[in-house]
Design a protein around this ligand. Structure first.
Ligand SMILES: N[C@@H](CCC(=O)N[C@@H](CS)C(=O)NCC(=O)O)C(=O)O
Length: 263
């Protein structure tokens, strides 16, 4: 019998546990309530944006697989991340990053001011959503040798395309030296690249992804905001084990298995 998806470690561990402990104080009108799943890469985008922008927030741990009625009231899709601001529940990781940008204009900017540059950044975020993330998940879930080879090539090509938008003169990240919303869109999957490498054919090489991606990967992997929102590797293992055996029953896993887009 496969282990059900809701059997996850209940709380953040490692670096992320210290951060959670520091973000437990209830916030008033100046902050937001963050309904978070410690393990979730989509969730981590929103978490990184909250931290980068130094917005006051109260961390609330949710196991989204349990579909508790109180959480479904906030997000009927039953997915983390979810934010509550002025009593209004909001969801969808990339939309939440943009919401924080709009709602807290005096905090550090994660998107450019100019309309054109902002549109370009959104096009890159869209590339991550439509190509990089689905390819990563297809590679995790691929069971045959041929399917794994094909999915690995698809993932590497998506990363290469992402890296083609990095400006080497500005710095290793899309935002230059400082992380921006484009970096944040992909960072959580970089933090989980080792799972691909350990289980789906070894290190992703410069030959596969291009040199530019390798430089970005090195820089993002040591970024303090990514590191402080990561839990201990041992607790991701049972979760990703289910994907690697293609047993995961998450909405995203079911959608990709059926050839649909990630909800
Ligand atoms: N498109 C959503 C995806 C969020 C998502 O899939 N979250 C997962 C955890 S990583 C979840 O809550 N899964 C619960 C389920 O599939 O039942 C976003 O970007 O926020």
């Amino acid at each position: 019998m496969p282990v059900p998806d809701e059997e996850i470690h209940p709380v953040a561990t490692g670096a992320a546990a210290s951060l959670v402990a520091a973000r437990k104080t209830p916030v008033g009108k100046d902050g937001v309530k963050f309904y978070s799943g410690w393990f979730c890469p989509f969730n981590q985008r929103t978490w990184m944006a909250l931290e980068e922008k130094a917005i006051p927030y109260e961390y609330v741990e949710i196991n989204p697989y349990k579909k508790e009625p109180s959480f479904l009231k906030l997000n009927p899709k039953g997915l983390v991340p979810c934010l509550e601001s002025n009593g209004i529940p909001l969801a969808e990781s990339s939309i939440l990053v943009e919401f924080l940008e709009d709602a807290y204009p005096s905090t550090r900017k994660l998107l450019p001011d100019s309309a054109e540059q902002k549109a370009l950044a959104r096009m890159r975020i869209d590339l991550v959503a439509k190509k990089c993330v689905p390819a990563y998940m297809r590679l995790l879930q691929a069971q045959t040798h041929d399917a794994q080879r094909e999915a690995r090539a698809e993932y590497a090509a998506a990363l290469k395309e992402f890296a083609s938008y990095l400006d080497g003169n500005k710095g290793p990240l899309h935002g230059g030296k400082d992380i921006d919303a484009v970096d944040i869109a992909l960072a959580p999957w970089a933090g989980r690249q080792y799972i691909i490498e350990n289980n789906r054919g070894g290190k992703l090489t410069a030959q596969e992804t291009g040199e530019k991606y390798q430089e970005w990967y090195k820089a993002i992997l040591s970024h303090p905001t990514l590191l402080k929102t990561m839990s201990d590797a041992e607790h991701y293992e049972p979760i990703y084990g289910r994907y690697l055996r293609d047993e995961a029953q998450s909405e995203a896993a079911k959608a990709l298995r059926a050839g649909r887009v990630i909800p």
